[in-house]
Design a protein around this ligand. Structure first.
Ligand code: SAH
Length: 224
């Protein structure tokens, strides 16, 4: 398996295999319960999404820096948001805002038919694209752009996941959600935000406030 080759080459072989199993146990104990999501996290080589200098920490349940002042999300949060998105059944078209290093993208790509992912920092997205190609995840389409605008040309989406915190829910994302579609987004202006699940009904939106979370902000301004 490709992941194992990489593990050997990085010289963290068996230790990493054990720490990967421990991570899955921990996520289960913390309340993640969708077996498909847990299995995908188990087999996704998170150490390939961070700098080699941080690879030995890749299977800790913690966010880590990925450069450009951004972070790779904590595995628990990746699992939690993915479970929320998938809770009503399988999804074919998912929009992700904030590709970052591509780890959440890689998890989604193994669970839904197609992922459309938008990122404002081109260098991060280019690197993410390379990683997903190496892992042979081909059902992802990338756009360098501003997530506040979503990706209207390909709307509507059955699921939208935002991996940076918005001061308010971007109107464009509500507009681009299909009827029955689900939007998972951290909302709040400060250091701590609330994770929201918004479902588009026939006649409006239902809004569920979930966990307290900490994300880097969904930025405004020119693309980098
Ligand atoms: N999903 C990522 C987490 C990335 S952190 C992972 O699994 O690692 C949040 C990302 O959102 C950063 O890469 C940041 O550049 C991006 N971002 C912030 N504001 C954005 C915006 N307005 N449009 C698109 N991407 C944005």
């Amino acid at each position: 398996m490709r992941g194992n080759d990489h593990l050997q080459r990085h010289g963290i072989g068996m230790t990493s295999q054990r720490t990967r199993e421990r991570l899955i146990e921990r996520l289960y104990e913390e309340g993640l319960s969708n077996p498909h999501v847990l299995e995908v996290i188990r087999r996704t080589p998170r150490h390939l999404f961070v700098d080699e200098a941080l690879a030995h920490r890749a299977y800790e349940d913690t966010a880590l820096p990925i450069g450009h002042n951004q972070t790779i999300s904590q595995p628990y949060i990746v699992g939690r948001m993915t479970e929320l998105l998938l809770a009503a059944g399988p999804l074919d078209k998912v929009l992700e805002i904030g590709t970052g290093c591509g780890y959440q993208t890689a998890v989604l790509a193994q669970l839904v038919e197609r992922v459309f992912t938008v990122e404002r920092i081109q260098a991060l997205q280019d690197r993410a694209k390379e990683r997903l190609a190496e892992l042979n995840l081909r059902n992802v389409v990338y756009r360098w752009g501003d997530g506040w605008e979503g990706w209207s040309a390909l709307a509507p989406y059955n699921g939208i996941m935002v991996t940076a915190a918005a001061a308010e829910v971007p109107q464009a994302l509500l507009d681009q959600l299909a009827i029955g579609g689900r939007l998972v987004i951290p909302v709040g202006a400060g250091d701590e935000q609330e994770l929201l699940l918004i479902v588009r009904e026939e006649d409006g939106f239902s809004r569920h406030v979930l966990d307290a979370v900490r994300f880097v902000p969904l930025l405004q301004g020119p693309l980098l």
